[in-house]
Every structure is written in C-alpha cells, then in structure tokens.
Design a protein around this ligand. Structure first.
Ligand SMILES: [Zn+2]
Length: 178
C-alpha cells in the first residue's frame, strides 16, 4: 500500500533565475519494504528497489509509438511526485537535484502508465510526448544515434540513425540546464 508521509520538503524551486515555481506540495510516498522473491516478482504490491545510491532506473517510452525516449533515474521523491502529479520527475545525476522533466524545456511528459519489471528494479513510464521532442538536443528520442559496424567488425562508428534523420531539432526548444 502506498502511504503518504510528510517528512519530505514542502516546496521545491526549479527555476535557475530564482523565481519561485509553483509546485504541488512535495511529499514522499511510503513504499512497502521489499518482500520475498515471490512477493516481489508475482505479488501485487509496488516494492521498487532503490539501490545503494537511492536511485531506481526508469525507461521512458512514447505511449503511442512505443519508441524508447530516454533512460532516467528516480529517487523516492521523484517517483512519488511522478505518481502524485502525473508528470515525470527524475533525479538529475549531473545536477544532483530533483528534475521535473519539462519544467525548463517545455518538454514535459504527462504519464499515461507506470509499470515495473519483474524484480522491481526498473520503472517503465509510458508518456504522452507534448512537444514533439523529448531529448534536450531536440530529437524525439535521446537514442537518435546508431552505432554502425566497422570494417573489422569490432570497431563501431556513431552516426545518426537513418530512422531519425528526418526528425530535426524543433525550433524554439531550448535547454537551460545541464
Ligand atoms: Zn536526450
């Protein structure tokens, strides 16, 4: 069962300019302790595994096309906020802070489904892509490059994926953060 606690901070500032960004009150959900393997793998309780650094990986897909958009990480607060607000929140490992996806870039991710894998080690979000792009570089997916097999069959060179070449960065999408 998900039980709300109020031990977490109430409000978060996201704006780099220091302007107060209104966010719903932030509080962490109390996720159940990890159970037996059977409970974890086949039970109906949501028991996400936050690893030693307190993070769980999250694969995010387009709910319509199924395309993988990105891989992110969530701490308890980010996952709680994602569940409660219906918008994807992550933990930014580069900035070391809570990351409300789209708060700066406009590339928000309204969540349509939240799934977890068998051992509850990885979250899967199915989101509705609002801006046409998810990656801060401007592409629909962060996975817009493809490794090509080299002549010696061991060396690979990076190139734009053929499937993505027609999808140029959208004008007006800018990234203010790291
Ligand atoms: Zn990206």
């Amino acid at each position: 069962m998900l039980k709300r606690t109020n031990k977490s901070t109430a409000h978060r500032k996201f704006s780099p300019s220091g302007a107060l960004v209104r966010e719903p009150a932030s509080f962490e959900l109390s996720f159940p302790n990890r159970g037996t393997n059977k409970q974890i793998e086949e039970g109906m309780l949501f028991m996400p595994k936050f690893s030693g650094n307190g993070l769980i990986p999250c694969v995010t897909r387009d709910v319509h096309s199924g395309e993988v958009l990105m891989l992110g990480y969530m701490n308890r607060e980010a996952l709680s906020l994602t569940i409660q607000t219906g918008y994807a929140h992550y933990w930014s490992r580069s900035r070391n802070q809570l990351w409300h996806k789209g708060e700066r870039s406009g590339q928000s991710q309204p969540v349509r489904e939240i799934l977890i894998d068998d051992d509850q080690y990885c979250v899967l979000l199915k989101v509705h892509l609002t801006s046409g792009a998810s990656c801060h570089v401007g592409y629909r997916s962060c996975f817009f490059r493809r490794l090509e097999r080299g002549d010696d069959r061991t060396a690979f060179r990076a190139s734009l994926s053929g499937a993505q070449q027609g999808v140029r960065p959208l004008q007006g999408i800018r990234w203010a953060g790291a």
